[in-house]
Design a protein around this ligand. Structure first.
Ligand SMILES: Nc1ncnc2c1ncn2[C@@H]1O[C@H](COP(=O)(O)OP(=O)(O)OP(=O)(O)O)[C@@H](O)[C@H]1O
Ligand SMILES: [Mg+2]
Length: 278
């Protein structure tokens, strides 16, 4: 695991990961980013699902810059690279967070190199309190880099069919093998209560661990969120919204002992001044 200079790179990286697609990574990433921002922290939602990312679509935004243009700028001139020029400001219901999304074109996505994105992640960590990473379901170079940079890996699972559970077990074992120890992994069950023939106790038995959080199945909230391009946590107190807000409090409070900042840190003034044009 790479050691970082704590004074140079301080933002916590929360990587939302799963071993199957369609588990709810994007849903959780967007809402966790919004919930942490609502608590008063500076947050950037980073999309590393480079080919089929859904963040811009879900939030109803069309960012001018993206992960590909950010990488290209860093490659051209690492010394003159300012991450604040590449993140898009998102404001929903009075809550502000930032996002660096995947490019629109697959050709651009194909040019993205994890070894270079690593420098973009480091730049984000210098500027934001939290970086929430929405990944694609794979143990590819990009995810290995993200996992390596992660403060916590949020391992998201759903209980539907046995192959899904088998792959989650492979995922847990692989994470441990590549050096992501269990203290850095949080197991989260999504769509809890959805109809399935697999008893949860059997699933947890196969997995070798229990889920620390259960996110309820809530078709109504996710549908409304898509229709309004508004994160669930910012529009009402459904049980899904409350569970994710609870997670945000745990990750920002209990796990790291951090305090919400009413004002940006001194060294971040230039950054916020640039973003808000002050
Ligand atoms: N708790 C939930 N209750 C009901 N529907 C949900 C829930 N979580 C996610 N969904 C829905 O399930 C679908 C898949 O979710 P999402 O796109 O977040 O998964 P993903 O893991 O990011 O998928 P991919 O691997 O394809 O990127 C979406 O339509 C989403 O709205
Ligand atoms: Mg997704």
């Amino acid at each position: 695991m790479e050691q970082e200079n704590a004074t140079a790179v301080s933002g916590a990286v929360l990587t939302v990961f799963s071993t199957a697609s369609g588990c709810g990574k994007t849903m959780l990433s967007i809402n966790l980013a919004a919930a942490i921002a609502k608590l008063g922290f500076s947050v950037c939602l980073l999309e590393t699902d480079t080919q089929f990312g859904d963040i811009a679509y879900a939030l109803g935004i069309d960012p001018k810059e993206n992960l590909h243009t950010a990488q290209a700028a860093w490659e051209r001139d690492p010394g003159g690279f300012f991450i604040e020029d590449y993140v898009a400001r998102v404001e929903k219901k009075g809550t502000v967070f930032f996002t660096l999304t995947a490019p629109k074109d697959i050709e651009d996505a194909y040019q993205i190199q994890p070894a270079h994105v690593k420098h973009v992640v480091k730049a984000l960590r210098r500027k934001f309190d939290y970086i929430v990473v929405d990944t694609q379901a794979a143990f590819d170079q990009m995810n290995l880099m993200c996992i390596d940079q992660s403060t916590l890996v949020l391992f998201l699972g759903i209980v539907d069919f046995l192959p899904t559970v088998k792959n989650m077990r492979i995922g847990m074992d692989t994470l441990t093998r590549i050096g992501c120890d269990r203290e850095r992994i949080r197991c989260i069950l999504n769509r809890s209560g959805a109809r399935t023939r697999l008893p949860l106790s059997d699933v947890e038995g196969i997995l070798g661990t229990s889920f620390q959080t259960h996110l309820p199945n809530d078709f109504k909230s996710v549908t409304k969120s898509f229709e309004t391009n508004t994160p669930i946590v910012l529009s009402g107190n459904s049980s899904l919204s409350l569970e994710i807000q609870k997670l945000a409090k745990v990750f920002t409070g209990e796990d790291f002992g951090a305090q919400p900042k009413q004002e940006p840190k001194k060294e971040k003034k230039g950054f916020f001044a640039r973003l808000f044009g002050k």
